[in-house]
Design a protein around this ligand. Sequence first.
Ligand code: MN
Ligand code: MN
Length: 470
Amino acid sequence: MSKKNEKVDAKELAKKLLNDRTHGAAKVGAKELEKADAFCEGYKDFLNCAKTERETVSWAVQAAEEAGFVPFDPQKKYKAGDRVYYNNRGKAMCLAVIGKKGAKEGVRIAAAHIDNPRIDLKPIPLYESSELALLKTHYYGGIKKYQWTAIPLSLHGKIIRKDGKEITVNIGEKEGEPQFTITDILPHLGKDQMGKTLSEAIAGEDLNVLVGSLPLTDGEGEQLFKLNVMNILHEKYGIVESDLISAELSFVPAFKAVDIGFDHSMIGAYGHDDRVCAYPALKAICKCKEPEYTCITVLADKEEIGSVGNTGLASEYLNYFVADLAAAEGLEARHVYTKSTCLSADVTAAYDPNYASAYEAGNSTYLNRGVGLSKYTGSRGKSGSNDANAEFVAQVRKIFDEGDVLWQIGELGKVDQGGGGTVALDISRMNADVIDVGVPVLSMHSPFEVVSKLDVYMAYKGFKTYFEAK
Ligand code: MN
Ligand code: MN
C-alpha cells in the first residue's frame, strides 16, 4: 500500500508489475523482422520440397551432411563438437552435437514431428466407376474431411516392388505434371449434403480421388478405364496392381508455400504442423558448434496418429540413441535422462478472431508474439498432459529472455473446448524435464495452414539459444 496522500504513478507501477503487452513486432524492431523474412525464404523452399516424413528425412540428411554430420556409430568414441545423426528407416531421425560436458550432466533435446495429416491410399485402391478412374483412400491424422474436397492434390510416397526395387513417387508438384482431386457435389444439387452436420457431410469412404477419365484406346474387354490408368503407371514405374500393396502413397495438397497478407508477414502452406518446428530445430542443431551439453534434435514420425509404430516416439529409437551416447561415455542412459531436458517442439493454436468463442483470450497464443510455450496440453482437466514443472518453466523462460527470444505462453483453447497432445509424454516418461514449445498456427490441420514469419524465426532462435545456453 502507498503512503497516505502520495500519488501513485500507475503507468510506472504497471510497467514494473504487469506483463508487457507490447506487440511482438514493436518489441523486436525492424532488424529482427528482416532476419525473420530471410529465414522464412529458406523455410518456404523446404516446405515445397519436403511434404512427407520420407521427403523431410531425405532433405534433412542432405542438410545435416552439408553441416558436417556423419552417420552415428555406436562403437565409436566421440569428442566435444562431433556431429552425428541416426536415420530411422528414412522416416525419422535423431541428430546430435556432442557437448563439452558430454552426456554426464544430461542432454538437451528438441523434438519435432515430420508427419502431417493427409490422404493415404488403401492397399487395393484403383477402381473405375461410371467411366471414371478413382483411388480409394484412408485418411491419416485428424482432418476435417470437407476441407479436402475440390482442392488440387499431389501424390507422394514409395512403392516397393515384389522384386525389391524401390520406386519413389512424387507427381503433381512440378510445372506441367498432372494433379488430382476429390470431387464435391454442386450446391444446386447439394440439398441432402447441406442438411447434414459438418462431420457427416463427407464420409471417409467418399474421399475417392479422381485419377483418370479415358478408357484404354482401341481396347476390348472389361474395366478399360481402370486398365488405362494401370497401363500408364506400368509404363512410368514398371509396376503392376499388386505392387500397390507394398507401397506407402499419400495425397497431399499441391499448393506451394506463399506469403499471406499485404504486408507479407505470414506464410500459408500445407504441413506447418509440424514442419514449422522441425525446420527451426534442424537449422538450430546444424548451427550448433561446441555446446556445453550434448544437444539432440529429433524429427519424429507418426505423431499425428499417436506416435505409434517404430518410427513414432513411443518407439525406443530415441532411447537407444541416448543409451548409445551414454554408453560411449561409460554412463547408464537412465542417469543421463534424469538430468536431461527437452523442448517438445510442436505447434499450438493461434487465437483466431473468427472463432473467438473457442479461445480464452487472456491465455491464448497470438500470431507475431513469438514462439509459444505451453506448460500443459491435454483435455478435460489436463488429462493426458505432461504439465511441465514450474522449476523447468522458470529455467526455459530465463534462457529465452537472456537470448532475446520473443516468446509467449498460452493454452490450446478454452478449458472444456477440446485439447490435444504431443510427444512430450513419450520423453517425460524417461524422467526428463519436458515443456511444449512451438509456433502458433491458424487453420491447423487444414490443407492450408497459416503462421507468422516472426514466430517461425523466434522458434529457431529459441532452439538455438536453448542448445547454446550454459
Ligand atoms: Mn503437431
Ligand atoms: Mn497435428
